[in-house]
Design a binder for this molecule. Sequence first.
Ligand SMILES: Cc1cc2nc3c(=O)[nH]c(=O)nc-3n(C[C@H](O)[C@H](O)[C@H](O)COP(=O)(O)OP(=O)(O)OC[C@H]3O[C@@H](n4cnc5c(N)ncnc54)[C@H](O)[C@@H]3O)c2cc1C
Length: 412
Amino acid sequence: MSAPAETEIAIVGAGIVALSCALELVQSGRTVTLVAPEDDESGASYGNAGVIADYAVMPVGTPDVLRNLPRLLFDRDSPLAIRPAAVASLTPWLLRFMRESLPRRAEANAQAIAALLAPTPSAWAAMAAQIGARSLLKPLGSLYLFETEAERRAADFRAYRRHGVAVEEIGRDELGQLQPGLPTGIGAGAAFFPNTVTVNDPKEVLRLLRSNVRAAGVEHLQAKVDRIERVRTGVQLTGHGLTLRARKVVLAAGAWSRPLAAMAGDQVPLDTERGYHLEYDGIAPFIRQMTPVSRGFYFCPMAGRLRVAGTVELGGLHAPPSPHRWAALERGARAILPDLPEPSRRWMGFRPSLPDSRPVIGPSQGGGDVIHAFGHGHLGLTLAPVTARIVTALVSGNTPETDITPYLPSRF
Ligand SMILES: Cc1cc2nc3c(=O)[nH]c(=O)nc-3n(C[C@H](O)[C@H](O)[C@H](O)COP(=O)(O)OP(=O)(O)OC[C@H]3O[C@@H](n4cnc5c(N)ncnc54)[C@H](O)[C@@H]3O)c2cc1C
């Protein structure tokens, strides 16, 4: 039998988190190998809304969401729905989610998210400069659109400010100046996050990251990891046609990380919030990214097209996409833009989500030779460069700039 291939650091995954870690690690002088199936468009990193969401301090679970949960979950058109067939298997995750939505927990989760968001703008700017992606970043801010007076009155601007987020209250009249394409009569006002930067093509960011890490010497083994085990000389990854030994392994396989984390010694309640998008080629109705708050999706101006992305469906990793969810997204988009044509394409992907909306970042409880970097939920694009800095510090035995206690797998 031939000897297994060897590397210093193996990273499981090839989405935005894994690639950002590979870039930072290879720049710190490490020999890095990525292990993931062939590049495709199934990862959440391809189909997201492209927002570097510096304002998104609120966890998904809040007292407000908790109050409305039954109505939200069982209304098939709501922005947060559950597939009926998945109710039984998701009950443990939902119960934890409900507990995390209680006021004190939700506030602690918001603080944990805010601590990761604080260094995000500078970390993203540095990464974009390194990979030649600066022109893909649009510093135009982001709008939360209130469609009714009641929504405007209910908006809690203080909660954002308490966490240091810059936000401006925009009246009906100013809305038209900030978003000239908005049809007259739509919108009672908005929250404007002036410092938010959006990515106008997540796929292009991935391509640039891939080509940069490849040029820096990172090998990509195209294989699915079925097993992680500690052996005498390090950590061994195995899969179909794969036997790779590494000194350290970074687990960054997004929504698919749970069984691999368990093999490394950590039981984490990772599940998925399925998200959907529609794309409309050749149209640019809006100049800046905008979310009609009650609908749970974003209008995302992207290179050569409009993407309408978002909503949450709890439904696990295996069920096919629900055509009904695309139809609901389309109806919601047409409520704001009645003249939208037929979508050019449709997509569904898997956010890797923990019930407390915090990622899992840090050494495995089974030993520091496996480092976790998954579970970024709604914020993986945003938090990838900061995660990469933390992972690189941990690999080098240094103390990360951000206190990682709130993200450790031992919190469960
Ligand atoms: C509709 C939607 C909108 C979103 N909008 C935003 C947004 O605006 N801003 C934001 O910050 N975030 C957003 N997100 C969330 C963000 O996209 C995710 O958090 C992020 O992409 C997760 O990245 P990842 O690298 O962890 O996982 P993924 O991109 O899913 O990558 C997982 C990787 O692991 C690999 N893999 C899986 N199993 C194995 C295995 N067994 N062995 C080896 N490799 C494996 C896969 O092939 C893939 O390469 C959105 C998500 C959705 C769905």
